[in-house]
Ligand binder design. Sequence first.
Ligand code: TEU
Length: 557
Amino acid sequence: MTEQRWWHRAVVYQIYPSSFMDANGDGMGDLPGIIERLDHLADLGITVIWLSPIFASPMDDNGYDISDYQAIAPQFGTLDDLDRLIAEADRRGIKIILDLVVNHSSDEHPWFVDAKSSKDSDYRDFYIWREPAADGGPPSELTSYFSGSMWEFDEASGEYYFHQFSKKQPDLNWDNPAVPEAVHTMMNWWLDRGVAGFRMDVLDLLGKDVDNQQLTAGPKLHDRIHTMNRATYGPRDALTVGETWSVTPETAPLYCAPERDEISMVFQFEHISLTFGEPEDGAPNGGKWNAKPVDPLKLKQVLAKWQHALAGGRGWNSLFWNNHDLPRAVSEFGDDSEHRIRSAKMLATILHGQQGTPYIYQGEEIGMTNVRFDAIEDYRDIETLNFYNEYGDLGWTHAQRMAAIYRNGRDNARTPMQWSATDNGGFSTGTPWLTVNPNYRDINVAADRADPDGIFQHYQKLIQLRKDHDVLVYGRFTLLLEDHPTVFAYERELNGERWLVLGSFSAERTQVHLPAHWQNTLCQCLIHNTSARGALGQTLDLAPYEAFMLRAEGNAE
Ligand code: TEU
């Protein structure tokens, strides 16, 4: 049995601060803008905000390159603004978690500036420096997630430093005990200020063993997370969620089984990786740029596997379709044209019915879509721009590269929030740092919220259902219609209460035969995206992207 924790019942909303709301007209979202829009989130019913980085940063990777972990980037506001945000959110029953980016810092962090100034610097060993290989080249052949080598030559000292992301994001050396010590002090400083936990960036990289080229899930990883837990958030009942691209159903409990005192839950990407194709030879992040269509059968099998793997107190899942690195949910897994509204609600229903903590990415609650800019100059993301250059050298045409960016570029998620049909979607009175998706005249918060059949109200209901019905939080999950190619159906059961959650991933009408124990059942329909269903027969005739949650009430005969 699962011991109950407050974050089991939480619904998290992720804010990408530069794109949420611009209060001062400089084209960049900010903390006062978030405060202005807290009522939107309170109305939605979410209980936690994950704030993507708001710290001082040269913004080479939009804040995932931090130059001062205890200062706010001036374009986002001040520490006072953050204190105010914490207090204003708290008044609405919403907690704030921060993004903990400590696999690397910015190269403009004083630690790195000092480290680079001399081999004798007290901070030299905060980072990872190696002699060149015998031929003078980099110490090893490792390709950065953002293109190029993971090693950058430093003329002054004649050594290379290690960076898994951009060269402006040098990796911190977790083998040096002074690094965790400094990080723990910083974390406690934020916890004392009232933050409720952390989203932990690339958590599975903290155990890296660079010389043996074991970068993910390295040998010291779990010791380090456990030590961090004990020294900081563990005794404070925080929510901690680890971004873990490498985690498997077998290794997940190492992170999030309660008795291990590491983190609350993993954020795993196996369902996302299903959309990746074959990597290009020698090119970074190959699979994502060769994306393939999603197979709904595999998708539901993977999600069900994770449901089973962490059930019964073995761990806890994060449930998500998208974030700031991924394409928009409705564009990737639904239909962002004819069936946009219905498929967005279907995805939401299927996600919120599972066991785990749901994560909603800003704009998802109104069905925001991917974007297509004609010119590469309109894009801002470092990964996208490096991809465009590097794959040009590999012979990909402009059209091929743009098609890949339309499908999987990170700026799909980062175009500003669409609040209204007014200029710039009501996001800013200035010139937005990244152009607003031109479809804002049709797709925006004001229009969607005014529509009783809108997506926002569907999310509102789903969140309320999770608050009202323990079966959605703790009920046993069983996959139904296992081999059906396009219908994802499952049951949740708690103390004799049985729910059926179903979503069709097809644009066609689809017939399914219900499992025997759901045939001829009288049901109460808790939520749907097409029309309410009551008494079930033997078969169901489903509309395109139909979805619902039903509670069994008795026998229909
Ligand atoms: O992402 C980790 C990560 O591996 C991503 O860069 C991922 O590989 C890519 O987006 C998919 O191709 C985290 C953050 O979420 C991301 O925004 C940061 O850029 C990255 O870490 C570095 O901090």
